[in-house]
Design a protein around this ligand. Structure first.
Ligand SMILES: NC(=O)C1=CN([C@@H]2O[C@H](COP(=O)(O)OP(=O)(O)OC[C@H]3O[C@@H](n4cnc5c(N)ncnc54)[C@H](O)[C@@H]3O)[C@@H](O)[C@H]2O)[C@@H](O)CC1
Ligand SMILES: Nc1ncnc2c1ncn2[C@@H]1O[C@H](COP(=O)(O)OP(=O)(O)O)[C@@H](O)[C@H]1O
Length: 508
């Protein structure tokens, strides 16, 4: 997990570190990390003797970082140029830069250099940015490495100015900051990483924790064992899918195909008779599940205590249900079980508020979250949700006693105890009909697999594990979106086709 702190917390720790180690030492450390990130970016494309790194330099310490980094790049043999973007400039860093042989030009004289640059380092503004500055226009296609924070983004609120400098990568210092992950943040930072500079955050409570793909891989690995190879399909896990209607026949097919392509032990589907043929054709691996069999599975699960001997190990409820005629009775029965469940789309209209023995994940987008909150007696607009997503997701988690995943460009995952995780950096093209159904299939599969949940015998899945697996599903989904977008436009069907390859990257 990568802890995330507010800018105010970063400022507190920064001032302690300055007192301990000195301003210049910290800036040079930041610059070394920035220079090696620049080298890594340059290495991705063949270098020529004309390869040029142009630094856009602002008035404060962010500009200082940029100048020190350029000086280090010059020592490594790169051609460098600094463009002064504001009246003020960091004097000590400029002296260091000039000593390394660097040239400084006003921004107005740097247009040709910008057009020819192999890489642009954006060191105009960092966490000291106040919205409304005059920011330069960069040539189309410029490769930009942002120093700490893209200029034009408020690292506290996540709000970006229209002319924010869009980064291909952002290297942020000290710690991950909230504004990089909320609002416009994920749309403008590009690939995001942290250089911790050994800042000591032990006296600060993190605002939330970021789950990136490496963290997701570690979380998924937590309970895997060599013994997994000996399991038969029922031991591996059976997912029960209650979905679909004549009105929306596609969603159940998408979720079913997604779960199958994840490698689920067995998928059993409860869909209306009218679309059963369609679902069976879309995913011939599935076995139908009628009301009687569901009741039998629920009662056998109770007899054998949760988990052991149960015929269904997890549930996915909701994709494509017709909210006018959902199978309310059978879903209410499933809600009394202790097998974990993911509930999406129209299924969300049926989830009861209050305490429950069943570990649940609700996966609303913002409008569905508003509906969930209304049902719980809380009136809120989607605009209010956008301004403070974690707060409103927390309300729903508490009211429904469930883990809640708020979907969008950034996914926020909150448990009933208020703890939260964040997942971001999926492809924007994931915003396409049916991609949420694919996510439900992925999460349903993860909840069904005993080697992933780590549940055996008498245990049920804890909310903290539910939260981790929800973050893993969102992370796999984001990765899936990115690899699919690499070779063309994205549709839910194309996502499903790439799912086996994506799962492999996560150790499946
Ligand atoms: N202090 C430290 O120990 C460290 C700081 N670091 C760097 O320092 C940065 C923060 O430095 P600063 O506090 O100097 O802040 P910045 O470098 O982000 O910029 C602050 C300056 O920009 C001006 N400014 C902000 N918004 C403006 C606007 N809209 N129009 C015109 N001028 C505007 C301010 O008046 C101020 O002069 C971090 O982002 C990071 O890059 C790193 O070197 C790590 C260590
Ligand atoms: N701009 C975006 N960038 C990245 N991911 C997005 C973006 N917009 C939506 N998503 C993701 O796409 C999925 C859409 O889900 P949902 O709205 O339920 O779609 P549907 O109901 O059509 O299946 C969610 O996983 C969400 O996190």
């Amino acid at each position: 997990m990568i802890p995330v702190y507010s800018v105010a917390q970063v400022r507190v720790v920064e001032s302690q570190e300055i007192a301990r180690r000195g301003d210049a030492t910290l800036m040079k450390l930041a610059a070394t990390a920035l220079a090696s990130e620049a080298v890594a970016m340059l290495d991705e494309h063949p270098l020529t003797t004309q390869s040029l790194v142009v630094g856009l330099i602002g008035p404060g310490n962010n500009g200082g970082d940029g100048l020190y980094a350029l000086a280090q790049l010059a020592e490594l043999g790169c051609s460098i140029l600094a463009l002064q973007c504001t009246d003020k400039i960091h004097a000590e860093a400029l002296a260091d830069y000039t000593k390394a042989g660097g040239t400084l030009l006003p921004l107005s004289q740097g247009q040709d250099a910008l057009a020819n640059a192999s890489l642009v380092i954006d060191a105009i503004y960092g966490i000291g940015y106040r919205p409304g500055a005059d920011l330069p226009n960069l040539p189309r296609g410029a490769r930009v490495l942002a120093c700490d924070v893209p200029s034009g983004l408020d690292a506290a609120t996540g709000l970006a100015d229209d002319d924010v400098l869009l980064a291909e990568r952002t290297l942020t210092f000290g710690a991950m900051k909230t504004g990089l992950l909320i609002g416009d943040g994920p749309l403008v930072t590009g690939e995001l990483s942290v250089a911790s500079l050994d800042f000591d955050f032990s006296e600060q409570n993190a605002q939330t924790q970021l789950v990136d793909e490496n963290v997701a891989r570690e979380l998924l690995d937590q309970h895997r064992s060599w013994r997994d190879a000996g399991r038969h399909k029922y031991q591996r896990g059976v997912l029960g899918l209650i979905a679909g209607s004549e009105l929306y026949p596609g969603a159940a097919q998408l979720t079913a195909r997604a779960a199958v392509n994840c490698g689920v032990g067995l998928l059993r589907t409860h869909v209306p008779e009218e679309i059963a043929g369609l679902v069976a054709a879309a995913a011939p691996e599935t076995v139908p599940l009628d009301d009687e069999q569901i009741r039998e599975a629920l009662s056998s699960a109770r007899r054998y205590l949760h988990g052991r001997g149960a015929k269904i190990s997890a549930w996915a409820i909701g994709p494509g249900l017709d909210s006018r005629t959902p199978p309310t009775g059978i879903i209410a029965d499933v809600f009394t079980s202790r097998q974990p469940a993911v509930i999406d789309a129209s299924g969300l209209e049926l989830v009861p508020t209050g305490p429950s023995e069943q570990p649940r994940v609700l996966t609303p987008h913002a409008k569905e979250l508003r509906m969930l909150l209304r049902r719980a007696g809380v009136s809120v607009t989607t605009e209010e949700i956008a301004t403070d997503p974690v707060r409103w997701t927390r309300w729903a988690a508490l009211a429904y006693n469930a883990v809640v995943l708020l979907k969008g460009p950034t996914s926020y995952i909150v448990a009933p105890n208020g703890s939260s995780l964040v997942v971001c950096h999926g492809a924007a093209q994931l915003a396409t009909a049916g991609s949420g159904d694919v996510l439900t299939g992925i999460l349903g599969y993860l909840l069904s697999d005993s080697s992933i949940t780590g549940v055996s015998g008498l245990q049920t899945v804890s909310n903290s594990r539910m939260m981790e697996l929800t973050a893993c599903a969102a992370s796999i989904h984001g990765y899936l979106g990115r690899i699919t977008a690499k070779d063309g436009t994205v549709s839910a069907s194309r996502l499903i086709d790439r799912l086996p390859a994506a799962m492999k990257e996560f150790g499946f």
